[in-house]
Design a protein around this ligand. Structure first.
Ligand SMILES: *Cc1c(COP(=O)(O)O)cnc(C)c1O
Length: 380
C-alpha cells in the first residue's frame, strides 16, 4: 500500500476487541492475570499498552522498520537509544544536531564516559577521519537545524556498516512522509513526535524505529528497563496526528517553498536557507533522498540581532516560540532559544549568526504569512 493509505491503516486501524474506529485510550497500569503460567499479550503498561502498541506498530510500518517504540519525548527516545552503548564507546555526531541531543551527550553521557566527536557530516571524509577503534555509531541529522545542511544518508550508512558501526538519524524535520532513512540503510531512526507527527503543538512525544528485529528487541528491553514510555493519552493523540501527517506535510512543505522564494526577494533578508532552493549547496542531494524540502525555512536578516528581535516582536499571526511542526506557523530565534546554551563564539563559528531566524510554516494561507512578515519587516 502507498504511504497515504498506510498513514491511516498501518498497524491497528481499529480496536481489535470492539471494532471501534479509533483505538481506545487504554488508561490502565495493569491487566488481570488469572493464570500467571499462561503468557498473555499484556501484563503491565510500562511493558506494553494496547494504545501505545498501536502507535508503535504504525510508526514501524511507516518508516519501513522491524520494531517501533514510543517514548515520553523525543529526548527520551534519543537517550534510550544512547543506552545501547557502554562507557568507553565512541560516537561520531553531527556538529549541528539538535541542541538537546548535544546537551545530553556532553553532560549526562559524558559523565557516563561515552566518548563523542562532533563533525560536519556534510563531508563524509570528516566522519571517516573521526573513526577510531572504539567507535560504535554515527548519529546524523539531515536537514540539520537551523541551517538545513544536507548530509548524504546512504553514504553515511554505507561507511558506518563498512566499519561495523550503527547508523542512527533523527528524522524529525522530514518525517516518514518525505524521507525514510531505514530504506537508505540506517539502523535506527528517532523522532520528536512533538513536531510534525503530532502536528498540533499539543503534546510531547518521541519515537524510535529499528531496521531489524534483533536491535528492536534490545531497544524494547531498554524501553521497559529505563521506563521513559509514552502514556496512553499521548499515544492516542500522536496516532490521531499521524492520520493527517501526509496532507499536512505536503501542504506545509509547498507553502514553505513559496515563503522561502518570497524571502529571497526581500532586501531586508541577507540569506535564505531552504533545501530545495537552487542556490542551496545540498539541494540535488536532498532531492535524491527526500520528497521535498520540508516545512522549515531559516533566514538571516541584514539588520542582525536587533532586526531579528524586532521581527519576533512585530509578527502577529506567527507564534514567536521554540518548537516547530505545528499546524500554526512558528517563528523562532535560535541564538536566544534552541542555541542559547551555546557560547556565542561557537555559535557564530557554526554559522548561527545573530540575525538568524527559523520559521516553521503552518497551514495558514501563504499570502497571509507573507503579509505578516512584510508588515513586521517594514514597521518602524
Ligand atoms: C524537538 C526536537 C527534539 C527533542 O524532542 P522533544 O520531544 O522536545 O524531547 C529532537 N530532535 C529534533 C530535531 C527536534 O526538533
Amino acid at each position: 500500500m502507498k504511504l497515504a493509505t498506510r498513514l491511516l491503516h498501518a498497524g491497528r486501524d481499529r480496536d481489535p476487541y470492539t471494532g471501534a474506529s479509533s483505538v481506545p485510550i487504554y488508561q490502565c497500569s495493569t491487566f488481570a492475570q488469572k493464570d500467571p503460567e499462561q503468557r498473555q499479550p499484556y501484563d503491565y503498561s510500562r511493558s506494553d499498552n494496547p494504545t501505545r502498541e498501536a502507535l508503535e506498530l504504525a510508526i514501524a510500518d511507516l518508516e519501513g522498520g522491524a520494531r517501533g517504540l514510543a517514548f515520553a519525548s523525543g529526548m527520551a527516545a534519543t537517550s534510550t537509544v544512547l543506552l545501547l552503548f557502554k562507557p568507553g564507546d565512541h560516537i561520531i555526531a553531527g556538529e549541528d544536531i539538535y541542541g538537546g541531543t548535544y546537551r545530553v551527550l556532553t553532560t549526562v553521557f559524558k559523565q557516563w564516559q561515552l566518548d563523542v566527536t562532533f563533525v560536519d557530516t556534510t563531508d563524509i571524509e570528516n566522519i571517516r577521519r573521526a573513526i577510531k577503534p572504539t567507535t560504535r555509531a554515527v548519529f546524523v541529522e539531515s536537514p540539520s537545524n537551523p541551517l538545513l545542511k544536507i548530509t548524504d544518508l546512504a553514504t553515511v550508512a554505507k561507511l558506518a556498516h563498512e566499519h561495523k558501526l550503527l547508523a542512527i538519524t533523527d528524522n524529525t524535520f522530514m518525517t516518514p512522509a518525505a524521507q525514510r532513512p531505514l530504506e537508505l540503510g540506517f539502523d535506527i531512526v528517532v523522532h520528536s513526535a512533538t513536531k510534525f507527527i503530532g502536528g498540533h503543538s499539543d503534546l510531547i512525544a518521541g519515537l524510535a524505529v529499528t531496521r531489524d528485529e534483533t536491535l528492536g528487541k534490545r531497544l524494547k528491553s531498554l524501553q521497559n528497563s529505563f521506563g521513559a514510555i509514552l502514556g496512553p493519552q499521548d499515544a492516542w493523540l500522536t496516532l490521531r496526528g499521524l492520520k493527517t501527517l501526509g496532507v499536512r506535510f505536503a501542504a506545509q512543505q509547498q507553502a514553505a517553498e513559496r515563503v522561502a522564494q518570497w524571502l529571497q526577494t526581500r532586501s531586508e533578508v541577507k540569506q535564505v536557507f531552504y533545501p530545495t532552493l537552487p542556490n542551496h549547496p545540498g539541494h540535488e542531494l536532498h532531492l535524491r533522498q527526500a520528497a521535498g524540502g520540508g516545512a522549515v525555512v531559516s533566514f538571516e536578516l541584514a539588520g542582525g540581532g536587533a532586526a531579528a528581535k524586532a521581527l519576533l516582536k512585530r509578527v502577529e499571526l506567527m507564534l514567536p516560540a521554540v518548537s516547530l511542526g505545528g499546524v500554526e506557523s512558528i517563528l523562532s530565534y535560535p541564538p536566544m532559544m534552541s542555541h542559547a546554551a551555546m557560547p556565542r563564539s561557537e555559535r557564530l563559528a557554526r554559522g548561527i549568526t545573530d540575525g538568524l531566524l527559523r520559521l516553521s510554516v503552518g497551514l495558514e494561507d501563504v499570502d497571509d504569512l507573507t503579509t505578516d512578515l512584510a508588515r513586521a519587516l517594514t514597521a518602524d
